[in-house]
Design a protein around this ligand. Structure first.
Ligand code: COS
Length: 382
């Protein structure tokens, strides 16, 4: 379907597509098997200037919006959701600075993020605070010209690989969500270290690790935004990033559909290619229909967010739910079309199905997204 991309948008797609075809697809199975972080591919992505898409022009970026990010992520995810997640995590990690940071913080961090010379990560989740994000226990206490952070963040994408971390901590624990603030912690800061590295079902090339802060002392100017406004910034950050996760579902489902159709045209049973059987055709048709509906919703949501940045939540959550539930279904059906071969690691759809699962879980489970949509409806109709 023609989505009437601008010249710049088409260039972003073409650039990401080239990286996917030449750098990602040839090594994705190996990265998956070895649990290996795609450092070199991220360096190629940096050279191709894709990290600059989401950074404002005044800080060396392309000044693209949510729509441009979505286009790049979709293409990268067509190759490997683990690699695309590693790319996406840098955007997620720096969004708090873009949303609430001071001019000095933006000048200090954004040009490096745009060039891809440093990567970011987002430290919100803790062992006892997942969906209930305001249940975090990490604290930040003022001490002269410093903040002292204590706590452990869990399942942090790009943990141990990034150099810049946006960490959510309680500055006034008695105030709940209104007592949270965000800080930039840098790799090498005293008292900051990396803990357990996770062994995951899918997106195995992405790094998922604990961040440990033990009397971690950081200068006062690392506070992002005003003290106590961290939770609102977290929510805005997630509103901005969730369409990106949706687009990973689109790229992944496209890859699964491509594999399924190609296989169905070649596989002969009962003397005919299996694509000639209506049972298979209907499965493929449903996959294609759901995929295109998801893509249209993600693009529409991203465009809405770019035009109405104060009204992101519903569009963002809607597209995250639809596109990632769709990706789970389409990748599962792709395995079904390939039958026994689909279940084997020799064929890529097995990895695709494993990769799809996390999309329904991270950056807010799809149950939480439905809560957000429901709450927004409640407000709209009051
Ligand atoms: N934009 C701006 N502000 C928002 C917001 C948004 N999208 N969503 C909520 N807020 C504000 C609320 O208005 C409220 O502010 P006040 O206290 O001033 O009224 C505050 O944030 C708390 O909101 P709420 O009461 O809805 O929070 P809960 O404690 O019920 O928590 C959350 C529910 C929002 C945490 C839950 O729905 C959620 O999104 N969980 C998923 C978290 C997540 O994505 N984790 C994965 C991170 S992986 S990177």
């Amino acid at each position: 379907m023609d989505y009437f991309f601008t010249e710049q948008q088409q260039m972003i797609i073409d650039t990401a597509r080239e990286i996917t075809n030449e750098k990602i697809i040839p090594v994705r199975a190996e990265l998956d098997e070895k649990n290996q972080f795609p450092r070199e591919i991220l360096e190629d992505i940096a050279k191709a200037d894709l990290f600059s898409i989401f950074v404002p022009e005044e800080y060396g970026g392309l000044g693209g919006g949510c729509f441009e990010i979505v286009l790049a992520m979709e293409e990268l995810a067509r190759g490997c959701v683990g690699v695309a997640t590693s790319f996406a995590a840098s955007a997620l990690g720096i969004f708090p600075v873009m949303i609430a940071g001071s001019d000095e913080q933006k000048e200090k961090y954004l040009p490096d993020i745009a060039s891809g010379s440093r990567w970011a990560a987002f430290g919100l989740t803790e062992a006892n605070a997942g969906s209930d994000a305001s249940g975090i226990r990490t604290t930040a206490v003022e001490d002269g010209d410093f903040w002292v952070l204590n706590g452990t963040k869990q399942w942090i994408t790009n943990g141990g690989e990034s150099q810049i971390y946006s960490i959510v901590a309680l500055t006034d624990p008695s105030k709940g969500p209104r007592g949270a603030s965000i800080f930039v912690v840098e790799d090498g800061d005293p008292g900051f270290s990396y803990g357990k590295k996770e062994d995951k079902m899918g997106i195995r090339s992405s790094a998922t690790r604990e961040l440990v802060m033990k009397d971690c002392r950081i200068p006062k100017d690392r506070l992002v935004g005003r003290r106590g406004t961290g939770f609102i910034t977290v929510m805005k950050t997630l509103d901005m990033s969730r369409p990106g996760i949706a687009s990973l579902g689109i790229g992944l489902a496209q890859a699964a559909l491509d594999e399924a159709v190609t296989y169905a045209k070649q596989r002969v049973q009962f003397g005919r290619p299996i694509i000639s059987f209506q049972a298979v055709q209907h499965m493929l048709a449903d996959m294609a229909i759901q995929l295109e509906a998801g893509r249209a919703l993600v693009y529409a949501a991203a465009k809405h967010i770019d035009k109405h940045p104060k009204d992101m939540s519903k569009a963002s959550s809607m597209c995250k739910v639809f596109a990632t539930d769709m990706a789970m279904k389409v990748t599962t059906d792709a395995v079904q079309v390939l039958g026994g071969y689909g279940y084997m690691k020799e064929y890529p759809v097995e990895k695709m199905m494993r990769d799809a699962k996390i999309l329904q879980i991270y950056e807010g489970t799809n149950q939480i997204q439905r809560n957000v949509v429901g709450q927004e409806l409640n407000k709209e109709y009051s």
